[in-house]
Design a protein. Structure first.
Length: 230
């Protein structure tokens, strides 16, 4: 078996971020007395994705992302709100969400049976990601969980992976795979660090980036089949 260490992205790879976000947003917006909740969601979701892309490209700081997205959301609808307070409440609700993608538990069970060492490698806020992992029941599968906020660097920076390698006993790049859905974070990050990558692409998206995955899979079963063929 050429690979031993599997680094897993979490959101949209194992955890159902869209479902978690929807529940947390609904709770927050209801508390704020919003009537047309869907209109607020329709504005927030693409705005938030754009913020995270800007963070990946170092155009903004994590602090700016966290503290301004909700004030901007409400400002769009003509209301002035304290973005920091809203962010704290949203994070509290989001950390309680443990929705997983269908088959995630079974996938990790199968990989454990095959004697892989599993690690989570996620960009995110520590309190949120640890809370969601605990709620999801996925935490026990991982030897260790690496979160960008704790490492003080993030995917796709090579330093993110260098710090992970320093924490894993016997770490070897040649025996490591980064598995995730994001070309710009997971796959580009693996490319930058000299680590093999598997692009989890269940929606059959076209690769319009410079990132080059070692392999592309469209389902968990394809991932297992690829690893079994090694």
């Amino acid at each position: 078996m050429p690979y031993k260490f599997l680094l897993f992205d979490l959101d949209h790879t194992l955890l159902d971020f869209d479902a978690a976000e929807d529940v947390a947003l609904t709770q927050l917006l209801k508390e704020e007395g919003v009537v047309d909740i869907q209109a607020y969601k329709d504005y927030y979701v693409p705005m938030n994705k754009a913020f995270w892309k800007d963070l990946e490209q170092k155009k903004i700081s994590k602090q700016e992302l966290v503290n301004t997205r909700f004030s901007r959301l409400f400002a769009h609808f003509g209301q002035e709100k304290d973005g920091r307070l809203l962010a704290q409440r949203y994070q509290f609700y989001l950390a309680q969400q443990g929705q997983t993608l269908s088959g995630a538990h079974e996938l990790l069970d199968s990989l454990i049976e095959r004697d892989y060492e599993l690690y989570a490698a996620t960009n995110g806020i520590t309190a949120i990601q640890t809370g969601r992992l605990a709620q999801s029941g996925l935490a026990p599968y991982f030897n260790q969980v690496f979160i960008s906020e704790q490492l003080q660097t993030q995917k796709p920076d090579a330093l993110f992976y260098e710090k992970i390698g320093q924490e894993i006993a016997g770490f070897d790049k040649e025996m490591t795979l980064m598995i995730g859905d994001s070309l710009t974070a997971d796959i580009q990050g693996g490319n930058n660090a000299g680590i093999g990558t598997i692009w989890y692409n269940p929606h059959h998206l076209e690769n319009k980036t410079q990132a080059q995955p070692t392999y592309e899979v469209h389902s968990y079963q394809e991932l297992l089949d690829y690893l079994d063929a090694m």
